[in-house]
Design a binder for this molecule. Structure first.
Ligand SMILES: Cc1cc2nc3c(=O)[nH]c(=O)nc-3n(C[C@H](O)[C@H](O)[C@H](O)COP(=O)(O)OP(=O)(O)OC[C@H]3O[C@@H](n4cnc5c(N)ncnc54)[C@H](O)[C@@H]3O)c2cc1C
Length: 441
């Protein structure tokens, strides 16, 4: 049934489901597509691509709808939504799993854990595998097991002509290289993935908080940057500071007593209000961290790679930005550990180029009342403008529309090669959005 118009479940503005269907995770994004097609099989994806070309309607590709800037949706566009494609199949013979594009992370973690396996995914339960892996993918297993993209063995993608291509290290290998860090919305619609897996049982989950403790913020940033470059790779952490304190969430692939020893520099920061270090089944750890995310929220955020130690003056600037935040609790400067297994792979071996960074620093602010949005956006912009001057490179999965020279920022030294891949696999630039990879000049 290829080329027979739109197939699948089509939602248009006059449908009662339209309002809900156009919403993504970020409530601050308000875009009005011409149609959303929920693809029930791979033919529906190919038909949608061909339809968009025939009709001259721009397309966007969506799986979990968590893009910070809403690049998976566009006003007057056709949204190709893969969320119904959410099948998972484990292959016990070779410790791999086949996962369809719209699968959400929690269902994948739960499925795999039943067989005693995991993979290095992200922390938000409702993010879909597609956006995560195609942008690299970081989480609380990253330093031990690498990026999500580092576990990818193969992907299938439907291209501008409706053809289904297999990409792996032997076949369409340049495309495969590009999908591992720069694949989101740029080359075609990826329909399914094959990942290698890791056996897992229990791990140590860590939650530390310094609430109502402004002094802890400076100590936290100092300890973080001094300690991280030499840290045991079994430990991965996401943390940050807010107006009134600091926090850390982490996974340690080892026993809690050892975790405690390694964490000593952080535990020594005075005024801990929560210190949970517990050995739990892996899936419990995933759920404890996942439970911290709201169902949806209105926010603005941006993330940059940190390669060097900040001076005390630079840390004070960061604290000064934090002090001006519009919200006591919902504005934060966050840090996401890299290093460990991320550095085992070279900068040109996958499209994810910033392998040598120590961590990602992000500035984020969320609001409830619409009339507060401007103050939050202005704060993020001012903070980003400063952080931009002390960092190098932006993380494509934490995109920010105000990023100067965005292609260079996201892809650095891999940019030219990515533009050649674009030329080969999407020669008419069908797969484009405000920060997509452009064809070479
Ligand atoms: C609350 C929250 C928590 C997060 N936590 C983490 C984290 O722990 N680690 C991390 O690395 N990131 C994290 N992120 C960022 C997240 O990885 C990215 O937003 C990711 O792109 C979302 O994927 P998605 O499929 O859910 O989103 P979508 O908005 O559907 O897609 C994101 C991008 O991928 C493209 N895309 C989607 N599906 C396909 C497909 N099938 N084929 C080709 N392109 C496709 C879209 O066009 C878009 O450019 C988080 C984001 C949020 C909002």
């Amino acid at each position: 049934m290829l080329g027979k118009g739109l197939t699948g479940r089509v939602v248009v503005p006059s449908d009662s489901q339209y309002e809900q269907a156009r919403q993504g995770y970020n409530k601050a994004i308000n875009k009005y597509p011409a149609a959303i097609v929920y693809c029930l099989d791979y033919c529906d994806v190919a038909n949608a691509i061909l339809w968009s070309r025939e009709q001259g309607v721009e397309l966007r590709v969506r799986s979990g709808g968590h893009d910070y800037e809403g690049y998976s949706i566009g006003t007057c566009s056709l949204v190709i939504d893969t969320s119904p494609l959410n099948g998972i199949k484990i292959n016990l013979a070779d410790n791999t799993v086949n996962v369809q594009a719209g699968t959400r992370l929690l269902s994948l973690y739960e499925y795999l854990y039943k067989f005693g396996y995991t993979f290095p995914g992200g922390t938000c339960p409702t993010v879909a595998i597609s956006g995560l892996v195609l942008g690299g993918g970081i989480g609380l297993s990253t330093r031990y097991l690498g990026l999500t993209a580092d576990s990818l063995l193969e992907a299938n993608m439907i291209d501008f002509a409706g053809r289904r291509l297999t990409a792996n290290c032997c076949c369409n290998s340049e495309l495969f290289w590009a999908l591992k860090g720069a694949g989101g919305g740029n080359f075609g619609v990826v329909t399914d993935y094959k990942f290698k897996l890791k056996k897992v049982d229990g791990i140590t989950v860590i939650q530390l908080r310094w609430d109502d403790n402004r002094a802890a913020r400076n100590s936290f940033l100092q300890v973080w940057q001094g300690w991280l470059p030499h840290l045991d790779r079994r430990l991965s952490l996401f943390g940050g500071i807010y107006k009134e304190g600091a926090w850390v969430n982490a996974f340690f692939y080892g026993p809690p007593e050892e975790a405690r020893q390694i964490l000593q520099p952080l535990l020594n920061i005075p005024g801990l209000t929560l210190s949970n270090i517990a050995y739990v089944p892996f899936i419990e750890a995933v759920k404890i961290i996942g439970a911290m995310y709201p169902k949806r929220e209105a926010f603005q955020a941006a993330g940059r790679f940190v390669q060097r130690h900040f001076s005390q003056a630079e840390l004070e600037q960061i604290l000064g930005i934090m002090d001006k935040a519009p919200s006591d609790r919902n504005s934060s400067i966050r840090v996401y550990s890299l290093g460990g297994a991320v550095r085992d792979i070279g900068a040109a071996e996958t499209a994810f180029t910033y392998r040598q960074a120590n961590y990602i620093i992000a500035i984020a602010s969320a609001w409830e009342e619409t009339d507060a949005a401007e103050a939050h956006r202005e704060w993020v912009k001012a903070g980003f403008d400063y952080i931009y001057t002390i960092t190098r490179g932006s993380y494509i999965n934490f995109p920010y529309s105000q990023t100067p020279h965005y292609q260079q920022a996201y892809y650095g030294s891999n940019l030219r090669r990515l533009q050649c891949v674009k030329q080969t696999y999407d020669p008419y630039n069908l797969f484009r959005f405000p920060q997509s990879i452009e064809l070479p000049l």
